[in-house]
Each structure stands twice: as C-alpha cells, then as structure tokens.
Design a protein around this ligand. Structure first.
Ligand code: NAP
Length: 485
C-alpha cells in the first residue's frame, strides 16, 4: 500500500516538541515543521534561569531514552546543563533546520480536512497533523498583591529572572515556597545579606541528597551505558516512581504512609527551633501539593541571615513587603516565585476544530484530553504532556516518550490511508472523564490543599491512577476508542 505523506506541524521546541521532531525526522516519511515562539529551543529550561535552578528528578532519568548522557555533573542536574543537553541533542539529531524560531502560533483552524495555522507575525501554513507540545508551566502567575508596582527595588517573576540585578549583599525577598522558591532560598542563603522567605502555606520537604558525579563515574557511564540504564530503569528510581504514584492514587496505601513518615521525620529531626518548626509544619497531607525535594532547605532556613516570614501579606510598599501584623520586610530585591497558570496549555492560541468546535469552550476551566493526548472534534491534533496526563515527582520525558509511542500508532492510520481524520470518540472521552474525575477526587492531590494540580472546579487534573496504569493505557492505541473518517 502506498503511504500518504503528511505535512506535520509541531508547536513548541521544548522537551516534548524536540522529541516529536526527532522521531518524525528519523521515520523520514513526512514533511515536518516546528513552530517555536522564542528565539531558542528549551521550553521551561530556557524560560527559567533563576539561581539554584535544577531538576529534582535524577539527571539520568530526566534524559531521552535514545540520547543517554554520561556527562551529567551531578545526581540532580543544574538547569543550564539541561538546556545545554537539549541544544546538543537538537544538533546531533539534525532537527534545528526544521524549527521556525520567533514564530508563535496564534490560530489553528480545522478547515476542509486540514489545519490552517497562523502565527503572530502573519505566517500561514496548512498541515494535515498538529502536534501541540506547548508545555504545562509557562504562563506565569503574577500575584495580585496591592502595591506591587510601587516597590522601589527590583521585582520580577522567577521565570523572568533579571540577571542584571545584583544579589550579593542585598536584602532579597522571595514570595512563594513551591519547588522554585525553595531552590532559590537555598541558592541565595549566604550570598544575599538577608534572605526573607515569605510563606503563605508551609510545604512538606523530602530530603534528597545531590552528589556530584566524579570523573571516574562519568568514565564508567561512557564505557558501559548499562550503568546509566540501571539508574534510569532500575531500583531505586523506578521503585520510587511506582511507590509514589501508588501513594498518589491511594492515600490509604502503605506507600503513602512511607512518604508521610519520611517528610515528618525530616521536619522533626532537621529543625531545632520549636517556633520555626511550627511555622514550617503543613496541616495537609504529604504530596497533596507537589512534594518539594531538597537536599538543604531546612539547613538553609536555620541560618541567621535567612528568615521564614508568615502571617500573610498586607501590601507591597516602596521599601518592601508589609505583613498583616504591621511588620515591614525591608527589601532591595523581590522575587515572585508564585508559579504558573497551569490550565492554559496551547492557549492563548485560538483553536477551532470540526464544525467550529472551540477549544476554549470545550475546556473552559477544566481542560482534559484523552490520555493527555486527543480530544473529540479536534481531529489530527495530538498533545504531548497535555491535560490529565501524569504530572508529579517523576520524569516528564518518560511520559512524553510513552505518549509519542501512542501518537505514532494513530499517525500510522493516517499514513496507511485507513482514514484522513482521527480523534478520540465522544463516548470514549465522556467515559474517560467520568472515571478520571471520580478517581481524581480520591487521590492525595484532592485531599484538601491548594495547588496548581487543581482545575477551576477544584478537581485534580492530573492522571489519577498509578504509573503502570498509564504505561499500559498508552502501550497500544485501541482504535475502537477513536473516530476515524
Ligand atoms: P508553585 O508550586 O505553584 O508555588 C507557587 C507559590 O507561590 C506557592 O507557595 C504559593 O502559595 C505562592 N503564592 C502564589 N500566589 C501568592 C500570593 N498572591 N501571595 C502569596 N503567595 C503566593 O510554583 P513553582 O514553585 O514555580 O513550581 C511550579 C511547578 O514547577 C512545580 O510544582 C514543579 O512541577 C515545577 N518545578 C520543578 C522543579 C524541578 O526541580 N523539577 C523546579 C521548579 C519548579 P500557596 O502554596 O499558599 O498557594
């Protein structure tokens, strides 16, 4: 049978978009173009450059399966090294020429059986298939705190770090204690004259040693890639991932009791001052918010030049942050580690599917896609790391690779002429959402805390079952769940 050559557009040259581009180029069957809004690849690793940025997933697991990297400098890789890794992979796999930089897709319209695309600068394209690899966390969340604009020092969101601003010897305030805020506090303690960590809600902290790899270890990785595989696929990492996702899916499980014992022990044993310990003690379940993995946060906050400020922000003034108890946290620099609007995905691009189906209306405040990949009425549109896929304390590269393996099976239907349009059926989507929402409510993410995992109705949007359930669901695409035209 003659294969149909497709024109395929990938949106985004971050981790998942690069993966798609490489796989499509290797297959060599189609015409591929990657639209990237920025001037460089890298997605989240390009956008974030704050001091202390690293990935709290072991470096050898946060690596493409087809591009192992013996050179990681430490067990957890620093952000700039990850960016460099992606740059190297893009060049080694020859996909840079496929990327159109500074080309933000603003409109995708399904017309006459193809996707019509438009970019912010007026480029147009028509493609058969659209791969949305637009990431989860890149629309910044700026807090609505009165007086923010009046601050006399330098203030910026952590994903817009202003590297021209001096930090050494300055009084630096950090609002927010998610993974980002905690990494920054650890990095600035001892550098800044004073670090004030302004905390709205305490966080559970999982201890995580982070040792540098020696030259001898790197040489061993180079000589024997099986050593890398052991870290990536073997215990303890995969055991940890499995126990973690078992715990998320079933908060009554022994796996959850194990996590709770760890983080509670960490707090009890690490913090000496009883008053500070109580400031740092959460009143919700461990892993309800994304767990913070940190080798040294508890040590750093016990330094004399670091303070944890609680009690709520009243407003921001030229001199610093005024707290509700009337005290003023005087600052030269204010970093807003206030996270991201995690429900945006491909938006603000306007996406209109079959018969004018509008993605904004389809999602509203509750985005969902079957397996994080496909939606009814949006044929030949496949997402990587889309809504309701797994997110948590494990490698999203692994998740994207599994999703790509699945998307590839759907593409085969188009290639082989079995159909010209493919999208999950409405019945499958409805059944999935019904089961997913019921299960999500009983996960630890839904156990009563505020986090970016929750949609506008308070339901966790992430995959509510365990790791193996996702691996199984994405292993083989079941065509009876799809509408083929
Ligand atoms: P985040 O987890 O959403 O945390 C945002 C923080 O800002 C929270 O502490 C929140 O307080 C606080 N906040 C928001 N608005 C506020 C306001 N108006 N006043 C006071 N405080 C406010 O954001 P993030 O730390 O940037 O992390 C987001 C995600 O990025 C992580 O969960 C993770 O998935 C990813 N990440 C990963 C790594 C890694 O190493 N792999 C590193 C960094 C980030 P409340 O808790 O009270 O809402």
């Amino acid at each position: 049978m003659k294969e149909r050559k497709l024109r395929i557009a990938v949106i985004g040259a971050g981790m998942a978009g690069i993966l798609a581009a490489i796989r499509l180029k290797e297959a060599g069957k189609h015409e591929v173009v990657v639209y990237e809004k920025a001037a460089r690849i890298g997605g989240t690793w390009r956008e974030n450059s704050y001091p202390g940025l690293n990935c709290d997933v072991p470096a050898h697991a946060y690596t493409y399966s087809f591009a192992p990297h013996a050179e990681w400098s430490s067990f957890l890789a620093p952000g700039p090294e990850i960016q460099q890794y992606f740059e190297g992979v893009v060049d080694r796999h020859g996909v840079r020429p496929l990327i159109r930089f500074n080309s933000e897709i603003t409109r995708c319209e399904w017309t006459d059986g193809r996707w019509q695309l438009e970019t912010a600068d007026g480029q147009r394209d028509t493609v058969d298939v659209l791969i949305a690899a637009t990431g989860v966390l890149h629309h910044i969340n700026l807090p609505q705190i009165p007086g923010l604009d009046s601050f006399a020092g330098h203030a910026f969101h952590t994903a817009r770090w202003d590297h021209s601003v001096q930090l050494d010897g300055q009084r630096v305030g950090i609002i927010g204690n998610g993974s980002t805020g905690v990494q920054i506090v650890s990095a600035l303690a001892g550098r800044a004259a004073r670090v004030s960590h302004i905390q709205r809600t305490p966080q559970w902290i999982m201890p995580m040693p982070n040792e540098p790899y020696t030259e001898a270890q790197k040489a061993a990785f180079r000589a024997d890639p099986k050593l890398i595989d052991e870290i990536r696929y073997g215990e303890p990492y995969m055991g940890l991932v499995r126990r973690f996702t078992d715990a998320v899916a079933d908060p009554t499980s022994p796996a959850m009791a194990e996590i709770e014992a760890y983080v509670l022990g960490n707090l009890e044993q690490s913090i000496a001052d009883p008053a500070l310990k109580e400031k740092l003690r959460p009143d919700y379940r461990a892993a309800c918010k994304r767990l913070i993995y940190s080798p040294d946060y508890y040590q750093k906050v016990q330094r004399d030049d670091v303070e944890v400020v609680v009690g709520g922000i009243e407003r921001i003034e030229p001199a610093g942050v005024r707290m509700r108890d009337g005290s003023l946290v005087e600052l030269d620099v204010l970093a807003l580690a206030t996270g991201f609007k995690a429900d945006r995905f491909i938006r603000p691009a306007v996406v209109s599917g079959r018969d004018g189906a509008d993605l904004d209306a389809f999602w509203g405040g509750t985005p969902s896609a079957y397996l994080g990949i496909s939606m009814p009425d949006f044929p030949n549109l496949f997402m990587l790391n889309g809504p309701t896929g797994p997110v948590g304390n494990f490698s999203l590269i692994d998740i994207a690779e599994r999703q790509w393996g699945y998307v590839d099976q759907l593409l085969a239907q188009l290639e082989q002429g079995a159909c010209r349009e493919i999208s999950v059926s409405r019945a499958t989507m409805a059944d999935y959402d019904q089961r997913r929402i019921a299960a999500a409510k009983t996960t630890v993410f839904g156990s009563g805390c505020r986090s970016w995992y929750l949609d506008a109705t308070g339901v966790p949007t992430s995959w509510p079952w365990n790791y193996d359930a996702f691996a199984e669901a994405t292993a083989t695409a079941r065509l009876d769940e799809y509408e083929l035209r």
